[in-house]
Design a protein around this ligand. Structure first.
Ligand code: 4AD
Ligand code: MG
Length: 433
């Protein structure tokens, strides 16, 4: 196929004739000079249509164009500081591919529900376009970082027999003669098995939670990166997370300059928050700190969204909360050696109120304690028999964590609600489009 021109490469084509295949973003002008703002998926460019400088048919076709009509235009690229992107096209010919019907999304304020109902079209809007590109950059940053650090990608299953985090929030499906299968809440348990084969492993995939949480931080389908490392304790696990976040943030910002500008997100604010060592508070210290800020919390309660916001108001960096009460954490977390009421784990709270972005822990490697927890939590023991094998054959201290991709992208883009940083959000009340 012949090499195509894309708007983002305009600077390499000054003075040359190019063809843009794209859509009408906007148009204006009458009389002898008219303007078309075109988008081709890589950027926006103004095309200038001057009567006499393009063929007469093309000039006449301008009047038929509606918002989002698809077109093929040819013309000469020239520098124009006042135009979007710094370049414009002197149009020579205009071919119409399709005249769009009246477009539902107009350049005006629409309500969130209307836009979500039209998500299949809303994706074309400028802020959404930028947000999804930042997401792409975050995904690449994560994969590149992990590979550079020597981690092996393991694709863990989505249909599972064993459960991962909490039995109360599982989606189930009929699975032939085998009864119920469950949609994965995390790849972690499978990743632990692969860790014994490869030492440093990660997974990257969709995860599912039938949570009744209707907050700006919750989806029922979201993407998670789980990381698992052999011969690592909980403190080292936090070190790994801190380096990981710093690396992913730097790579994302370096690759997202144009998008962050469109989103009016100041990269300096993000960079400043990762420029110092991350704060680390034990759960006990966190409860005391919250109480000192007149926040109502009892020892033993979980640290919820409102408490997370107080923490990020008071710390410049992301904050680790470590060593939570055993009673509010998952069965696989390692019991604290001197405080059996606690587990060796950590949550990482993002700055600026973006909430918990990572949950991690050292894993229980004492098989007797693990079995006791499985029984205490009334989990189906048979489903975990293969997991227990991992403690029978070469058990080692190990730890890992899971990053919520949408919460990470929300923080990077400055978008408050995770539903806008995934192409097609799944929430309690939304399955369409
Ligand atoms: O804290 P969580 O539940 O941890 C785990 O699933 C562990 N198995 C991970 C591990 O140790 N390998 O989930 C990890 C992260 C959270 O910190 C949060 O960022 C995100 O996943 N998350 C959600 N994101 C959007 N919507 C939801 N309903 C989410 N639930 C968790
Ligand atoms: Mg968590």
């Amino acid at each position: 196929m012949e090499k195509r021109f894309y708007i983002r490469d305009a600077k390499d084509y000054t003075g040359q004739e190019v063809t843009i295949r794209g859509w009408v973003y906007n148009k204006r002008g009458h009389g002898k000079v008219k303007f078309l703002i075109l988008r081709d998926g890589t950027g926006l460019m103004q095309a200038v249509i001057v009567q006499g400088e393009c063929d007469d048919d093309s000039f006449a076709r301008f009047d038929d164009l509606t918002q989002e009509s698809s077109v093929i235009v040819t013309g000469i690229i020239r520098e124009e500081a006042r135009s979007v992107g710094g370049y414009e096209l002197g149009l020579k010919s205009l071919e119409i591919v399709q005249i769009a019907e009246e477009y539902p999304i107009q350049p005006k304020e629409h309500g969130a529900e209307f836009l979500l109902d039209n998500r299949h079209l809303w994706l074309r809007s400028r802020l959404q376009w930028a947000a999804i590109r930042v997401r792409d950059n975050v995904v690449h940053a994560i994969r590149d970082y992990m590979r550079d650090e020597g981690y092996v990608l393991i694709d863990t299953p989505i249909l599972t027999g064993a459960i991962g985090e909490e039995s109360g929030t599982l989606f189930s499906v009929e699975y032939f003669d085998l009864g119920q299968a469950y949609l994965a809440q995390t790849g972690q348990l499978y990743l632990e098995a692969a860790m014994f084969a490869h030492n440093k492993v990660y997974d990257f995939g969709p995860t599912f939670r039938a949570e009744k949480s209707k907050t700006r931080r919750h989806l029922t389908e979201f993407w998670m990166v789980d990381v698992e490392t052999a011969f690592v304790d909980n403190d080292e696990n936090m070190d790994i997370q801190e380096e990981f976040i710093k690396g992913v943030v730097k790579r994302t910002i370096a690759s997202s300059t144009a998008e962050l500008e469109i989103l009016e997100r100041d990269p300096e604010i993000i960079m400043k928050s990762i420029s110092k060592p991350f704060a680390r508070l034990s759960y006990d210290e966190t409860v005391d700190f919250l109480k000192s800020k007149d926040f109502e919390i009892e020892h033993g309660q979980d640290v919820g969204g409102a408490a997370e916001t107080i923490l990020s108001d008071n710390f410049e960096t992301p904050v680790f909360i470590y060593d939570y009460p055993k009673a509010i954490k998952a069965f696989y977390m390692k019991e604290h050696p001197s405080r059996p009421d606690l587990v060796k784990c950590s949550d990482l709270i993002a700055p600026e109120g973006y909430g918990e972005i990572i949950g991690g822990s050292q894993r229980e490697d004492d098989i007797e304690k693990l079995i006791a927890r499985i029984r205490a939590d009334k989990l189906p023991e048979e489903a975990y028999s293969w997991y227990l094998d991992l403690r029978r054959y070469g058990s080692v201290p190990h730890a890992g964590f899971g990053l919520g991709v949408e919460r990470m992208v929300a923080w990077m883009t400055g978008i408050k609600h995770v539903r806008e940083v995934i192409p097609f959000p799944r929430m309690i009340y939304r399955l369409n489009p």
